[in-house]
Write a protein that binds this ligand. Structure first.
Ligand code: COA
Ligand code: ZN
Length: 307
């Protein structure tokens, strides 16, 4: 294990990927969640998406949430956008870290953003150009990178082709999204390998969902190849409304709990994060799937009661 990265960067996506798949919550509750996360040591928070309110009513108040966040200067707050209109909204709101999204699978792209993958890529080229013109960075998320709920397996070569196009158009970095939890460690290793061959110097983030229980195994496979940038959502909030059966992202506290014990620094205060997962449960009014939230860290002792 000595060749694992010494530290990873966690991008917390609960406020966006998490809350977009829950019953709508108040603007104040969204701001409360972002602000609570800002006090855990997390250094990157995906706070909102600037999408059509008809498509995702849960994000209709993105402008208000964005404006109300109690910003910590050490934290990068990012926003997801599906099109140029979303990018303009994000930039006008002062966002300097934009995530443009496209699915490697054409059918998922149609379901998600009502256009073909090629049309989205053309739009993303414009988004990147505009972001750069206005001093912002633009990262491109390639969704369904390990499979599509409508089409099944997506060839590694297709994912790399989409990534290559985004990078050619100026993307500052890539994220591969396992939108419906179809990745397994072997598939993670294969895609990272091919991506490194094609695009050796491009920053790579991985976005796993724990739909089928392989989330942390996938993280370990990626860590062993030196990947050091992961999305996760507090409590395991999350999903995708256009992907039937999609459940939450890997839980942030499970990720921190596992890798810290393996000697990989995250900069995150685990107890504080577990506290925020409890806040998240109160906000959405349901029990969240995180097992570290239920059981506590492995160092938590059970009081011995003599018989
Ligand atoms: N923000 C706010 N409103 C937007 C918008 C944006 N980024 N993009 C488009 N709209 C509005 C249009 O103004 C139009 O409004 P109107 O009907 O009141 O005139 C309406 O949405 C439809 O616009 P159109 O360009 O025809 O889009 P569409 O219906 O083809 O939908 C998207 C395309 C991309 C806007 C929509 O599918 C979407 O927002 N998807 C996001 C899905 C998502 O977030 N998935 C999870 C993240 S991976
Ligand atoms: Zn996701």
């Amino acid at each position: 294990m000595s060749d694992l990265p010494t530290r990873i960067s966690l991008r917390e996506v609960g406020p966006r990927d998490g809350l977009q798949n829950e019953q709508p919550v108040s603007t104040a509750a969204k701001v409360q969640l972002v602000d609570a996360l800002s006090r855990t040591g997390v250094r990157r928070i995906e706070a909102v998406s600037f999408v059509s309110p008809r498509a995702i009513p849960q994000m209709a108040d993105a402008d208000e949430v964005w404006a109300a966040i109690d910003r910590d200067a050490a934290i990068t707050y990012s926003a997801l956008v599906p099109n140029l209109r979303g990018a303009v909204r994000a930039l006008d709101a002062g966002c300097l870290d934009i995530e443009a999204v496209v699915s490697a699978s054409n059918t998922h792209n149609l379901a998600n953003v009502n256009r073909s993958t090629e049309e989205s890529l053309d739009g993303i080229a414009q988004v990147i150009a505009l972001a750069h013109e206005r001093g912002a960075a633009c990262y491109v998320t390639v969704s369904t990178a390990w499979g599509c709920p409508y089409e099944g397996d997506v060839p590694v070569s297709r994912v790399v082709e989409v990534a290559r196009r985004a990078v050619a158009d100026g993307a500052d970095g890539l994220s591969f999204g396992d939108t419906t939890g179809m990745a397994t460690p072997t598939r993670v290793t294969a895609l990272i390998g091919e991506t490194r061959l094609a695009l050796p110097d491009v920053p790579l983030n991985l976005h796993f969902h724990n739909t089928r229980g392989t989330g942390l195994a996938n993280v370990l496979a990626a860590l062993q190849l030196g990947v050091a940038d992961f999305d996760a959502s507090v409590g395991g909030l999350g999903g995708c409304p256009y992907a039937p059966g999609a459940s939450g992202n890997i839980a942030s506290e499970e990720l921190v709990h596992m890798v810290e014990d393996m000697g990989v620094d995250t900069g995150v205060d685990l107890d504080a994060l577990i506290g925020v997962a409890r806040v998240a449960e109160q906000i959405v009014g349901r029990e969240l799937p995180s097992q570290v939230l239920r059981a506590g860290p492995r160092t938590r002792l059970t009081p011995f009661v003599p018989r």
